[in-house]
Design a protein around this ligand. Structure first.
Ligand code: SF4
Length: 357
């Protein structure tokens, strides 16, 4: 089995606004109800539907559910938006999700609560550098994760989500193809381990999942020997190796619903706990550790960009039409080809593509 070859792309500084650290917006008494009511009114008035990611604030997920919208992973959000009658899609998530929605639904208006909500994987893979890297390795099939810009998707041969990535890469490897993978190196390493494919990896990572700690997870498992460990594959290998279930947000949610265990240790963004608790109030859900031994603090296990989505910004974009997503039509057309390959592959397998973070 070949080893993944990690290319030497320097880790990039991650920039975000100070307020992005706030896990949830602080609302004055009565403001939450007033904003929820205003958002309901505006969604109806604008023939709009709210599509929210699992990692966004619980209020946005509640609002999406009760107004006929949808809460899911990135690709499923885009697919729901494409199939829905609404003329406006409001995407509560991060920027690449809004772009994917626009690529798949070019005729619709796509709004986002905050256009500065992005993703460390997207930021860490600039289209021009990525294109140069692809040009330097013309013998490789380019497979990119959904957490990338429209321009990177347009340069790729395939776009994949975490649920179908292993199957697609295995299929390509069986055809004798060598893979250039971007941007998440942990997910790339996991796929390589599962498939044995010859993979060259871009050096990107998710700042949330990278914080989960292997040794501390082992200690938590010792304290809860009956717990099932659920891990998103953007996590480091020392964490993935201890998982009972590795998979996308949808797969991890499904595991809590369908497995008999009472206790689960979960290594993914804590936003997922809203849906996990809603569907399984009797189960015990523990966050996987993010603080190393002896550390005085750990990561909050919550994406700072997902946290930029709030009720105020949602109402603002609906009231003003601000934060509309536009994708260059030529780029969108090329990106639809690489996204389409995945959708066709999934259809051929007669199963849904359950997406990712
Ligand atoms: S959780 Fe990680 S992968 Fe998901 S949007 Fe945030 S930084 Fe990107």
């Amino acid at each position: 089995m070949s080893k993944p070859q990690l290319i030497d792309v320097p880790a990039r500084p991650v920039m975000f606004r100070e307020q992005a650290y706030t896990a949830a917006e602080t609302l004055a008494p009565g403001e939450r109800e007033a904003l929820m009511a205003r958002a309901r009114e505006l969604l109806k008035a604008h023939n709009a539907v709210l599509v929210a990611h699992y990692y966004t604030a619980a209020d946005l997920q509640l609002l999406a559910d009760e107004t006929g919208g949808y809460v899911s992973d990135s690709l499923d959000m885009a697919r729901f938006g494409k199939e829905h009658d609404a003329s406006t899609l409001v995407v509560a998530g991060v920027r690449f999700m809004g772009e994917t929605a626009k690529i798949l639904s070019p005729e619709k208006r796509v709004l986002m609560p905050d256009l500065e909500a992005t993703c460390s994987l997207d930021l860490g893979c600039p289209a021009d550098e990525f294109a140069a890297f692809c040009d330097a390795h013309p013998d490789r099939t380019v497979v990119v994760y959904a957490n990338t810009s429209a321009a990177v998707k347009a340069r790729a041969d395939w776009v994949v989500t975490s649920s179908i990535a292993v199957d697609v890469v295995r299929h390509l490897a069986e055809r004798g193809e060598k893979i250039l993978w971007a941007p998440d190196r942990h997910l790339g390493e996991y796929i390589q381990r599962e498939t044995g494919a010859d993979m060259l990896l871009w050096n990107g990572s998710c700042i949330v999942h990278e914080e989960f700690k292997g040794r501390e997870l082992a200690e938590l498992r010792e304290q809860h020997p009956d717990a099932v460990v659920l891990v998103h594959p953007e996590s480091p290998m020392a964490v993935v190796e201890q998982a009972d279930v590795v998979g996308s947000t949808s797969k991890l949610l499904n595991a809590v619903k369908t497995m008999d265990a009472k206790t689960f240790i979960v290594a993914t963004d804590r936003g997922i706990f809203h849906k996990m608790r809603e569907a399984n109030p009797e189960k015990v859900l523990l966050e996987a550790p993010t603080a190393g031994r002896g550390a005085s603090c750990g990561s909050c296990a919550h994406c700072p960009w997902m946290a930029m989505n709030g009720l105020r910004s949602l109402v603002h974009c609906l009231e003003t039409g601000a934060n509309e997503i536009f994708v260059d039509p030529d780029i969108a057309e090329q990106a639809r080809v690489s996204l389409g390959r995945m959708l066709d592959f999934a259809r051929a397998q007669q199963r849904q593509v359950l997406g990712d973070a």
